[in-house]
Design a protein around this ligand. Structure first.
Ligand SMILES: N[C@@H](CCC(=O)N[C@@H](CS)C(=O)NCC(=O)O)C(=O)O
Length: 363
């Protein structure tokens, strides 16, 4: 809750360990509140910031994201797979920013988000919580009319895209979070989130050799477990894509281009691990995954914004990414990408990453 946040350092480091700040404006956008209604307190709460329920209402919200960010990337993929493009629009921040966090410099005319009419993401945070003391992070859902952040809880947001927006999803939208698989999906996440998704950050932002060594060991131990699991299964849980695969994909797809060098996660590249490389190529080539990636922006973000670990701010040229398009052969493991659902159509021209940023569009 917001009262408890003031003065708390973000991503505080203890004994050189990177400790991610995982507190959020945790309001939710849900089906149970009628469209047109004002937000209401979550049952049993006093309705402070983080305790409100807002209605799922097409046109009312805007997803504020950035191509570079793996946590925002989850939301972009889920929105596309569920066909929610007409339910809420997408705002994409510039890849680099100063200490005031994300802005729209060079992205939209006049450096202003054209719908929210703000130059910086922080304006939507401050509209909700004046002097907001935490990280100004993507992804966030903002209410268009009030230009304020509703939620920045990246994980709950994607679960709610799947479960709360049903009537506004496309026909054939897959079930990415089936009831009967939830326990297993979250069990996999108990390993993937701390050791892999956040594990690469724990390596990269470690402030001591010991903290780095520990994070590195845990990262690779977890990747070994996941590799073994994916040797005989096409997807992490069940026989079609679920949120578990989306969560892992966003780290794997950045690995060789960023985490291997910039974050010193360099036991090997994903392209040198046949099972993970096959799994990554399979997902990359699946509509909704590879077509949401912008490698140029992703590299620019990490190598330029994190000057504390890359003081020259030089952005590497490599690696060659064309291998992502090669045959993966994982169909023989069984399963189908979307289960009883169907693939989304091609990504719309206004949301397609540029050809220079993605081998899928380079041809
Ligand atoms: N806040 C979430 C994830 C979102 C997040 O960390 N986003 C990053 C980009 S990858 C961000 O917006 N950082 C900007 C900042 O902290 O100023 C968490 O840490 O669990």
């Amino acid at each position: 809750m917001i009262d408890d946040w003031a003065g708390e350092p973000k991503n505080a480091s203890k004994d050189g360990e990177f400790v991610r700040d995982a507190s959020y404006i945790g309001d939710r956008i849900v089906a149970a509140v009628p469209a047109g209604s004002a937000p209401r307190p979550m049952p049993g709460t006093s309705g402070r910031v983080g305790e409100m329920l807002w209605p799922t209402e097409p046109g009312r919200y805007r997803l504020m994201a950035a191509r570079a960010c793996p946590w925002a990337h989850r939301a972009i993929i889920v929105r596309r797979l569920m066909g929610l493009e007409n339910a809420f629009s997408l705002s994409l921040a510039a890849p680099t920013h100063d200490v005031r966090s994300w802005d729209y410099d060079g992205v939209y005319p006049g450096g202003m988000d054209p719908v929210l009419k703000i130059p910086r993401l922080q304006d939507a945070y401050f509209a909700r919580v004046p002097d907001y003391p935490k990280g100004i992070t993507v992804p966030a859902m903002a209410e268009v009319a009030s230009r304020q952040v509703v939620t920045n809880d990246f994980n709950q947001m994607t679960i709610d895209f799947v479960r709360e927006w049903g009537p506004h999803q496309r026909p054939g939208a897959p079930d990415l979070y089936p009831d009967e698989l939830v326990d297993e999906i979250e069990e996999v996440d108990d390993l993937v989130y701390p050791k892999i998704n956040n594990g690469v950050y724990r390596c990269g932002f470690a402030g001591s050799q010991e903290a780095y060594d520990k994070a590195y060991r845990e990262l690779w131990a977890a990747l070994d477990v996941i590799t073994e699991r994916l040797e005989t299964r096409r997807y992490l849980v069940g026989d079609h894509i679920t949120l578990a695969d989306i969560r892992l994909f966003t780290t794997l797809v950045r690995f060789d281009a960023v985490y291997h060098g910039h974050f010193k996660c360099n036991r090997s590249k994903i392209s040198e691990i046949p099972v993970l490389w096959g799994y990554l190529r399979d997902l990359f080539q699946t509509p909704g995954f590879g077509d949401t990636v912008d490698f140029v922006q992703t590299k620019q973000h990490y190598y330029i914004v994190h000057a504390e670990i890359n003081p020259t701010r030089i952005v590497p040229q490599g690696p060659d990414l064309t291998g992502l398009l090669t045959e993966h052969g994982r169909e023989s493991l069984g399963g189908t990408p979307f289960g009883d659902g169907t693939a989304p159509g091609p990504v719309s021209a206004d949301e397609r990453p540029p050809a220079a940023s993605n081998p899928l569009f380079a041809a």
